[in-house]
Ligand binder design. Sequence first.
Ligand code: ZN
Length: 260
Amino acid sequence: MHVETLGDGKPAYTIVACVHGDETCGWHAFNRLKASGIAVREPVKFVLANERAFKLGFRFCDADLNRVMPGDESSEKHEERLAARLQRELRGTTVLDFHSTESRGCPYAIVTGEDDASLRLARSTGLDRVVDMSLYGGGVTQDVTGVAVECGYYDDEDAATMAHRILLHFLGAEDIIDHDHARSTPTLYEVFGEAEGRGYTFLAENFQQVEAGEVFATKNGVDRRADHDFYPVLMSTHGYTDRIGFKARRVGPVETLLST
Ligand SMILES: [Zn+2]
């Protein structure tokens, strides 16, 4: 794990990159920010989480870091030990966690909970969609106030450019840097289940409603039909080994949910 702070003092914010070692967009975004020499109004911490996997070009070494929080200091598994260190590093700060994905429909934000603080952070990303994944829990933001962002399909140049844009917007909206921003009014999608199965070709579109009876995936010439309406989220042909992805309901604009 590599930790670097811009500005002086104790940071209230942590920006996290490479929880998955092969998702480097957040790290590129940080380096672009640093190279620009931009002034910060208050200190902000940057964490290259899974540095070992990053250097190897792997998603992870022994276990998925995003699934093993809060970790175990004495584990034999690299990511379980790392999770415990990362947990300490994040404690007491507000977190923005960068990812890229093998599913289409990016960019969007992910929260674990529909509390005001999480939804306000989703607005600070400037993105139009936010997914509540709290049903499946986990993730490095589960025990802190935070938001994750999926910046792009595959970890390419476009994902890095999007990550940089989101980073500037977020830091501007949170009043850490001087940057033009307009808090977005994202639509909230709430994950309520998953579409299980392996080896399927995903045929529908993420964030576009699939209606009961509609074919949304296929395998060896056999169609998979929806048994109820849902919005596909993080669904893909190759993204997961044992599921096509997640099913969500569309809740509506987050403004209607904020208490003030
Ligand atoms: Zn990821």
